[in-house]
Design a protein around this ligand. Sequence first.
Ligand code: HEC
Ligand code: HEC
Length: 390
Amino acid sequence: MRRFTIAFFCVAFSITIDAQQRRRTVDVGQPLPGLTAAQRAGFADGLGEFTDIDTVDDGLGPVFNERSCAACHTTPAVGGGSTRMVTRFARRVGGVFDPLTALGGSLIQDHAIGATDGSPHTFSPETVPPMATMVVHRRTTPLFGLGLVDATPDADFVTLAQMELERGDGVAGRVNFVDNIRAGMKTAGKFGWKAQVPTLFQFAGDAYLNEMGITTPDFPNENCPQGNCAELTFNPAPGINDDGGGPIALNDFMSMLAPPPRAQSRDSKDGEQIFERLGCDSCHVPTLHTGSSVNAALDHKPYHPYSDFLLHDMGSLGDGLEMGSSTGSEMRTAPLWGLRFVTAYLHDGRATTLDQAILAHDGQARAARDRFAALAANLKAKLIAFLQSL
Ligand code: HEC
Ligand code: HEC
C-alpha cells in the first residue's frame, strides 16, 4: 500500500569531520543536483517511505530484521550504511552449495512479531540451524549515488570486464548475470556484496520482503519462519501487503540520492597517484558514466565510485556464499566513495582500520595488497589520506 508519508524537508544534516587535522563540513544524504520540482517531491516522498516505521497492519513480519529501511541505512544520514550486520547461513556438501531455503535460509530474520505488536500469534525469530556449515555476516552498505550505477548501461560493465581481461594481468572481473524480475530475463547484477541484484527497484521489493516481511506484487510470497510454512496460517496480514507503490517510492528516493561530496587535500591528491601505482584502480575504477536517462540529472553523467561493480575472485576474503552466478570466493569490488563515513570495513565488518582492510585482500588483489604492504610509511599515510577523502 502507498502509505501517507510526511515530507521531510530537513533531508540531510551537516556533519563535521576531522580529516587531515582540518575540519570540514559536508552535506550527505542530499538529492542529486538539477532535479525538477516534481522529482524533488518524488525524492521527499520516497524518503518518507524509506523512514516509515512499519507495523503489523502494514504487513510487518511474521519474521523480519527491522521495522524500516532507515533503521539499518543510517550513517551519516538516512540512506547511508551502518555496522548493522545481517546473518546468512548455508551448507556446502561435497562442494555443492545449499542455501538451506527449507530451513529459512540463507538470510536470517532475527526478529518476529508477537503480542506487543498486536499480533494474536507470537512468532519466533529465526536462528542458525545445526545443519548449517557456514554462518556469514554482512554489513549494511551505503546507498549514496547508486542511482548513477543503476543508470549505467549493462553493456558498459560487459565492456569493462572485457577490457580487464585484455589487460592480461590476472585481475579481471566479470558480470554477475542475475534474474531481473521485471525484464523477465537475466541482466547485469550491480547491487549487494555479490552484485546479486540487478536494479534498485528490484532491491526495494527484495529488501521489503526479506528485511521487513512486506510482500509486494513482485515479491508476493511471505518468508516461512525458519522454513516452516505451516506457521503462515497465523499470519495476521496475509496476501499482498503493499500494492507496488512502496517499491516505486523507495526507488525514487534511492535513484536520486546524490553521491557523497569529496574532501580533498594535497596529501589525498598524492595518495590517489599511489593508489593507481599499486594497481588498486584495476578493480576500484575511478570513473564511470551513466547512459541516457529521462531524468536529466542521471543522463550521460560521469561519476566516481572507485568500483567496477564486477565480481572478482578474492580468495580467502570471499564469504563462501553463491548468489546468481557468483562462486563462493567472488565478491563485488566494494565502491570506495563515502569510505570516510565507514567504521567497520569489508563485507563482514571484520576490519576496524583501512590498513587491516587492505591487508585482508587476497586472490586477484593479492599483488596489489603485497605492493601496499611493502610501501614506506609516509606513502602509506598519503594513500590512507586519499581513501579518507572519498
Ligand atoms: C536489517 C538491516 C537492513 C534493512 C532493514 C534494510 N537493509 Fe538494505 N542492506 C542491508 C545489508 C546488510 C545490505 C548488504 C546486503 C548483501 O549484499 O547481502 C543492504 C544492501 C542494500 C542495497 C544494495 C546497496 C549496494 O551497495 O549495492 C540496497 C539498494 C538496499 N539495501 C535497500 C534497502 C531498502 C530499500 C530497504 C527497505 C525496504 C532496506 N535496504 C532495508 C541491511 C538492511
Ligand atoms: C581484484 C580486485 C581488487 C583490487 C586490485 C583491490 N581491491 Fe579493494 N576491494 C575489492 C573487493 C572485491 C572488495 C570487497 C571485499 C569484501 O568482500 O569484503 C574490496 C574492498 C576494499 C576496501 C573496503 C571497503 C569497504 O567498504 O569495506 C578498501 C578500503 C579497499 N578495497 C581498498 C583497496 C586498495 C587500497 C587497493 C590497492 C592496494 C585495493 N583495494 C585493491 C577488490 C579489489
